[in-house]
Write a protein of this length. Structure first.
Length: 280
């Protein structure tokens, strides 16, 4: 269903971090219309079960479909890890429009790793949900079975960002702790992936404690380029998307709070609508 004849591209995240992905996508594809939906009232997803993450993510996808989006990007590593496959394989084929698509951000991130790592040892910094799901390990093993993957759960990193403490002296303790832990587990890691969309705001701190010669890899650019390539390869989808350069922002929590937090990620305030997500 189109709203006012428009078919925007939907971008979903459990909270604010997906705004880092949205901003890269917007810069790469400025002509498209976008709806960004953050389930801020129920964030974070990182410690929730597979069943709950799937249910919440499905509700968000359905909402974006109803807003007219034929394509939805899960700009959330936890949702991509715990819900994407079930939505793609179970929900979309029986939906009222099976031609709609839902894409995640783990696969595009993994695809580029082959050209980055020389030692073939990869580190993944992520939420507890992303790391425990093993999704990065599974995807990397499919494409690069010669690689060794080590995951590190960083439960304090998201709260540091969302409470605007990512530049504080206190943040150094938690950043250094997890960097030292993952390199203690595997000193051969030469490529470290920031597997959470909040983590780019901690990049300056992370670089302080990285061993020499280690590459730090953030997702935004590669996800945007992957989507750009997808739309070139799928002109039937590109033709369904409206191109007026418009953006709408939605949140399940306070619109005022979302707008204030969005300025941290986008460096500008935004107009926001509050929405309620429900099952069918």
């Amino acid at each position: 269903m189109n709203v006012n004849g428009k078919s925007p591209l939907g971008i979903f995240d459990s909270g604010y971090g997906g705004l880092t992905i949205f901003e890269h996508i917007r810069r790469a594809l400025p002509e498209y219309d976008y709806i960004y939906l953050g389930d801020n009232a129920r964030a974070p997803y990182g410690t929730r079960s597979f069943e709950i993450v799937y249910r919440f993510t499905r509700q968000a996808v359905i909402h974006l479909f109803r807003e007219g989006c034929p394509l939805v990007i899960l700009a959330c590593n936890t949702a991509s890890a715990k819900a994407l496959r079930t939505i793609q394989q179970t929900d979309l084929p029986v939906s009222d429009d099976p031609s709609r698509r839902v894409l995640g951000i783990i696969r595009p991130t993994v695809e580029i790793l082959g050209s980055l790592s020389k030692t073939r040892h990869i580190g993944i910094m992520g939420t507890a949900g992303t790391v425990s799901s093993g999704s990065y390990t599974l995807e990397i093993d499919k494409l690069y079975p010669d690689m060794t993957v080590t995951g590190e759960s960083c439960p304090m990193w998201v709260p540091l960002v969302e409470n605007r403490e990512h530049d504080s002296a206190g943040a150094d303790y938690f950043v250094r702790k997890h960097i030292e832990h993952i390199f203690s587990a595997d000193p051969q890691i030469d490529t470290l992936v920031l597997g959470c969309t909040h983590y780019p705001l901690l990049e300056a701190k992370i670089r302080k404690y990285l061993p020499d010669g280690v590459r730090l890899f953030s997702q935004g650019h590669c996800v945007a380029e992957s989507l750009k390539d997808y739309l070139v390869r799928h002109p039937e989808m590109s033709s369904r998307l409206s191109k007026n350069g418009e953006r709408r922002f939605m949140t399940t929590e306070s619109a005022e709070k979302f707008s204030e937090a969005a300025s941290l990620f986008l460096n500008r305030p935004v107009n926001v609508e509050r929405v309620v997500l429900t099952d069918d």
